[in-house]
Design a protein around this ligand. Sequence first.
Ligand code: MCA
Ligand code: AMP
Length: 529
Amino acid sequence: MYVPAMPVKSEGTGATVAAVSPDRIRRWSVHLPTGHDGRFDLPPPGTLVGAWAACLIDEPDRQLLHADGGWTTRGEFLERTSTVAGRLFSAGLVAGDRVLISGPSSVDLAVAHVACLRLGLIVVPVNGAYTGAELAHIVADCRPSVALVDHDGWSELLLDFDPGIIVTGTAVDLPDGPVPPLDLVASGDPAIIGYTSGTTGAPKGAVLTQENLLAGAHAVCLAWRWTDADRVLLCLPLFHMHGLGVGLHGTLLAGGSAVLQQGFGADRVFDGIAEHECTMFFGVPTMYHRLADHDRVAELGRLRLCVAGSAPLSAALHTRFADFGVAVLERYGMTETVMLVSNPFDGERRAGSVGFPLPGVDLRLDPATAEILVRGPNVFDGYWDRPDATVVAFVADDDDGPSWFRTGDLGSIDGDGYVTIIGRAKELIISGGFNVFPAEVDEALAAHPAIAEVAVAGAPSEEWGEEVVAFVVAAEGQAMPTIDDLREFARGHLASHKLPRRMVIIDALPRNALGKVLRHELREAAPHA
Ligand code: MCA
Ligand code: AMP
């Protein structure tokens, strides 16, 4: 089992245990191994890079990451991160500078990511499907000094936005230089800026510290019994918290290994699991939906753990896997918080529920709205350069304790303590695990000359969870565009997962007395896919 930096308190060491409320011990203990006495304390604040270095320095010949047909060992990986750190340092980067990273999953990308963190640089992971306009927003907001990107045309785009940016690929092909002392960052130093639309507005950068990321990875290592014997099949992209903050960070913290695949292909997943004797798979519900329909689905039974998250896993899909003997473990997280809640490793993994707060996470429901409020060492510090947005994202504690982060998700907690997400207070569509902020899509589509007004809503879809559906009111005297016209029209402005998959023509958008579009009515009116 994953061994925390500070061992679980044993009987008789009382002081720290006594400082933890009995309520916390009761709830977190659900995630501790069977037979554990429930006395548990979190490790003291630390840094992600410190924890990684301490673990990976041992047994340098052990396999760590598989990609591009071969294995990279722990020793090779650490060595490569030092070399890259030396290059970035020689290029003039200092702690706190931002580095934009985007590319298909590769060992180069993982090395570049870890090298930046070891040097105290702030990584800004970016979705490679973003259009120029989406990328421009991020660059203008976080002002990176360096961009490490592996997508056609991005170098030119980035240099257009800011000729001062150093742009190269994730192999970081810059001149070598002396390697400065590494891993000197403090636990409260920023490590990642993850862009998310959060509860409202244009994408904002959630600033996660070394400690936030360590606590997030630590909690799942503990709860899922992640050990150095584990090997995860990782086909989630490394630009979102699921693939990066859980898949990659957890692997490096547990000292296990990972098989990296670029994008999802059901056959490649089954082949990778069999060939490399993987023990775990992490995926979004859309991936599970596709795996369930595959004739090799029973092969997932050879894994010791399958985890689903980023969007709701339907109870029906959960049950289908149970029929194959696979108890998928569903968990709930956010960019701003890494992981929050998980079904138990031991005990019932309940369909439709996300389980119990993870070790370190305090969770309560807003009594008026049922919004899920959380706090803990995993919860981010605030939004980059957006004190206004940060203020509204938190609510003060009634008892003068730390503030609570408003998740924008609505929840319920049953008598056994299982948390269920029952809806969203925020306007968000989640399609295949990617977030789509409706107002952004409305704006792009509204510029079409044949459209008088338009609003999109998420319609239930078995494969995608939700699909973007455009409700369109035609402009007078104009021929109505087809759904393909609409998609092509918006393609230059929106990443393609945000494009509507269906279109419904209506006479007028439903609005309230203040003129605000009643998106929930559209959602209810949308035909199921
Ligand atoms: C791809 N397409 C999509 C999506 N993905 N459309 C809607 N929703 C999507 N999610 C579009 C492409 O733009 C393309 O459109 C067409 O589908 C085929 O593209 P392709 O790349 O072949 O798609 P795919 O390989 O089938 O991708 C499906 C996928 C992928 C594997 C499920 O969406 C994926 O990797 N999702 C995971 C996202 C993720 O990591 N989320 C974690 C967020 P066109 O043909 O028009 O160009 S972190 C988070 O949520 C928190 C922290 C948490 O709790 O984890
Ligand atoms: P992101 O902004 O990409 O970090 O997405 C976070 C959001 O994904 C959360 O606020 C939830 O709305 C959603 N989410 C993540 N995991 C789950 C889950 N297991 N069930 C339902 N929604 C989820």
